[in-house]
Design a protein around this ligand. Structure first.
Ligand code: FES
Length: 161
């Protein structure tokens, strides 16, 4: 099928079979290999990208479902989180980092919109408070096998201001 995606602000035409995941479309059809494939079944978060600003696991999404949507991959990200991850050692091997950063961008947008987390049932509190426990809960879909979680949490806190 011929589909058209907007990726990092650019319209891209591609010819994919209907069962091709957004992850494979990005990596194999468009050459955007910054988005990583870990488990390929929605368990690790390595493939996280933003669809109209909302974080999604690209391995669980079909490319054809995202016709006309704005997809942002790590190649299109310019955000203070990137420097913060470097500054706070929020990575070791780096494999999970693109997904961590895309997920954190989506998560910070959710917080701004006042979406409550699982650790507080008060939306007002969730909107202003972003403590370590809250960040860990909100980022629990993104695994880091090197265990750089302390640096990741510190980087997110720094970027969140
Ligand atoms: Fe998509 Fe693991 S590769 S969640």
């Amino acid at each position: 099928m011929e589909i058209s995606l907007r990726v990092n602000g650019v319209a891209r035409e591609l010819d994919v079979r209907p069962q091709v995941s957004l992850l494979d479309a990005l990596r194999e059809h468009l050459g955007l290999t910054g988005t990583k494939k870990g488990c390929d079944q929605g368990a690790c978060g390595a493939c996280t990208v933003l669809a109209d600003g909302e974080r999604i696991n690209a391995c669980l999404a079909l490319a054809v479902q995202y016709e006309g949507r704005e997809i942002t991959t790590i190649e299109g990200v310019e955000h203070p989180l990137q420097a913060a991850f470097v500054g706070f050692d929020g990575l070791q091997c780096g494999y999970c980092t693109p997904g961590q950063i895309c997920s954190a961008i989506g998560m910070l947008a959710e917080v701004k919109q006042g979406e409550p987390s699982a650790v507080t049932d008060d939306p007002a509190e969730a909107a202003v408070e972003l403590d370590d426990e809250d960040i860990r809960e909100r980022m629990s879909g993104n695994l880091c096998r090197c265990g750089a979680y302390n640096g990741i949490v510190s980087a997110i806190k720094e970027a969140a201001g």
